[in-house]
Design a protein around this ligand. Structure first.
Ligand code: ZN
Length: 198
């Protein structure tokens, strides 16, 4: 027996398809949305649509932005000669939260994974190599310590070394397989400070 009819079920199904939302949370959210004033729901929906259509990759570091360059790249006080390579914007946000990293970033939007069929051409490596034609002193590889992250780190170090630019890897204070976004700020800073040259 169906408890709710079509529209309510559709809403619950759509919400449950989002990451981290189980069926119970989806139900709770659906009823919350239905109870909101129409104008609030329209505002929420429009915010999602606007963000989806206007957010794009930063021309320099591939971070998410709604302008040509992201706030980190646009900041003249940052050290633009030090580039930290991360897998995704969430990892960038984790390092930004420490408030102690003064360089800039490069967001790969993934990691090399032969098992999943993700090769070097599927992540933003070409953009990184183009950036290295400019004035760069150091590339800090801060990919995750998973198999994919380590494979990507090795690949990048092989690409960068011939350019003569210093390549370092953050220390493994970060647990194996751990996503940077879930790691506390002290551990992130320790990993950065303890980085070693590749
Ligand atoms: Zn940027």
């Amino acid at each position: 027996m169906e408890t709710y009819n079509g529209l309510i079920n559709n809403l619950i199904d759509e919400l449950a398809s989002l990451p981290g939302i189980g069926s119970k949370s989806a139900q709770r959210l659906a009823f919350h949305l239905i109870a909101l004033p129409q104008s609030k729901v329209e505002h929420l929906a429009n915010t999602m649509i606007k963000a989806r259509s206007e957010v794009r990759y930063c021309e320099q570091c591939c971070n998410l932005t709604d302008a040509d360059v992201c706030p980190v790249c646009a900041n003249p006080k940052r050290d633009h000669r030090t580039i930290m390579v991360v897998e995704n914007p969430r990892d960038l946000a984790a390092y930004e939260k420490t408030g102690r990293y003064e360089g800039v970033y490069h967001v790969l939007h993934g990691a090399i994974s032969p098992m999943l069929g993700i090769g070097p051409g599927d992540i933003r490596l070409k953009e990184l190599m183009t950036r290295l034609e400019g004035d760069v002193d150091e590339v800090i590889i801060a990919t995750n310590s998973s198999l994919e992250g380590e494979t990507t780190a090795m690949y990048i170090s092989k690409l960068v070394k011939p350019t003569g630019i210093k390549v370092t890897r953050i220390a493994s204070g970060v647990p194996v397989g751990g996503d940077l976004e879930y790691i506390d700020e002290v551990t992130l800073l320790r990993a950065l400070e303890g980085r070693t040259e590749l």
